[in-house]
Design a protein around this ligand. Sequence first.
Ligand SMILES: *[C@@H]1O[C@H](CO)[C@@H](O)[C@H](O)[C@H]1NC(C)=O
Length: 194
Amino acid sequence: MNSFSILILTFSICFELSYGFFARTIRDGNGMTKTHLDITAAGTLRAIDKYIKSNKGSGSIDDFFGEDTNGKDTMMKKVFALRKAVADTQENRKNTAYIHCHADQIDLAHNFVKSCKKKLSSRINDTNEFITQLGECLYTIQSFYSNTNWVEMYGGKVYENFGINTLMDVAALEEDTCLDNADYKYVQSLFRVR
Ligand SMILES: *[C@@H]1O[C@H](CO)[C@@H](O)[C@H](O)[C@H]1NC(C)=O
């Protein structure tokens, strides 16, 4: 491994963080902490807004739906179903380490996300199954940021190759990639989501 290789954290940063983001409710008393529910709802609405702007020629989600409150309600129900599917993944897939992007499973997590596109297109006619599976894919992408030291090294930058192209070099299991830090609150502030 050369000096330009990017190092991925094992579990040394903080034992309490090994489950990554909280699924639904914040349990560390830190108002800056985001849950999988928060991240999914914010990200999904941002993506829908971007899609409407570039494909439907209207300004925002509200402009697009206009008087059609039923249409907007239906969309919001799907967004809520998706964020529930992401949060449920933490419990339902608790015994599958790569879903959580655990340190020794980053390659598998990357390949799992890579397989999502094809898998999801085959579920296009079954909305419930589609949402469940999309939820697992998004959960793994979110877990990349909570279970690796990417944020510590690159802040708010997106790792665009994750689950798409070739994965960067990752640290060997026995390699230390960051210092132990017993101060949980301090570590939380480093891992704040922007
Ligand atoms: C979805 O349904 C349409 C219409 O019945 C069908 O033509 C298409 O092949 C189906 N797609 C998949 C991936 O099952």
